[in-house]
Design a protein around this ligand. Structure first.
Ligand code: KIV
Length: 297
């Protein structure tokens, strides 16, 4: 493994995030969040000092190739959350509850959240929706599961919303979103994602709440920011949304490396002599087959 495992600034916890909001610390030091879906990216992000890793159900679109987040299953979230947890030392690991796992009976929803915590190591769960999730959020917090809310453009409501559109643009819609955010806080959530809403509205909600707000497409005034890792890396097959700043061209990097590899294999220049093993020399200068030859050689 070529990447060293540095000790960062210590474990990020839910109480520590709440304390920072109370101390108005986010005005100078915003919370850094990114999505992570597997062991290597979780490890790199954690070592780079990202404070919150969200195993987002966006994995359905950017990793599994689904058209939306709707088909993502609890089993898929468990699988990816386990991998992220194994790669994480300091960041807080939050797992999305996928569509359908918290939309019916409350007891079943709590059991599903417990599985994410108990079987996959999530330290909190995220659920989409405002006022209508009040009861569920309080039941989850009663069950000792920290909850991150998510309001505004909630991708699991894509069919009800009629597409991925900025929310809260009329005075009535903005008022509803403020009520939603307050309800999420009152129910006991420790943080809330504000997605795809006007900057002014996000600023107002951020000022209004005692819990940290994490923005995505919600302007710079939130307490923290989150992006889908693949958007940031340039590793997607769809045009990036306006708010997603691309910091790298990982897709192009991978394509170019793989093309070079294919070309080397085709013309026989890979593997080279240095990349090959040899039979051990015997006393008589003969090479014999030794089934214990170690790969490290
Ligand atoms: O699933 C996800 O990645 C999310 C973030 C965009 C907040 O919900």
């Amino acid at each position: 493994m070529s990447v060293s495992r540095e000790q960062g600034g210590g474990k990020i916890t839910v109480p520590a995030l709440l304390q920072r909001k109370a101390a108005a610390d986010f005005s100078t030091q915003k919370i850094t969040c990114l999505t992570a879906y597997d062991y290597p990216t979780a490890r790199l992000l954690d070592e780079a000092g990202v404070e919150v890793l969200l195993v987002g159900d966006s994995l359905g679109m950017v990793v599994l190739g689904y058209e939306s987040t709707i088909p993502v299953t609890l089993e898929e979230m468990l699988h990816h959350t386990r991998a992220v947890r194994r790669g994480t030392r300091n960041a807080l690991v939050v797992a999305d509850m996928p569509y359908g796992t918290y939309h019916a009976e409350i007891g079943e929803s709590v059991r599903n959240a417990v599985r994410l915590v108990k079987e996959a190591g999530a330290e909190a769960v995220k659920i989409e929706g405002g006022e209508r999730r009040l009861e569920l959020i309080s039941r989850l917090t009663e069950a000792e599961i920290p909850v991150m809310g998510h309001v505004g453009l909630t991708p699991q409501s894509v069919n009800a919303l009629g597409g991925f559109r900025v929310q809260g643009k009329t005075p009535a819609a903005a008022e509803q979103l403020i009520r939603d955010a307050r309800a999420v806080e009152a129910a006991g959530a420790f943080a809330i994602v504000l997605e795809g809403i006007p900057r002014e509205l996000a600023a107002r909600i951020t000022q209004d709440l005692r819990i940290p707000t994490i923005g995505i497409g919600a302007g710079p005034d939130c307490d923290g920011q989150i992006l889908v890792l693949n958007d940031l890396l340039g590793l997607t097959f769809h045009p990036a949304p306006k708010f997603a700043r691309q910091y790298a061209r990982a897709g192009e990097l991978i394509s170019s490396a793989v093309r070079e590899y294919c070309s080397d294999v085709r013309r026989g220049s890979f593997p080279s002599e240095n990349e090959s093993y040899h039979m051990p020399q015997t006393g008589g200068g003969q090479r014999t087959v030794n089934i214990d030859v170690e790969l490290a050689d």
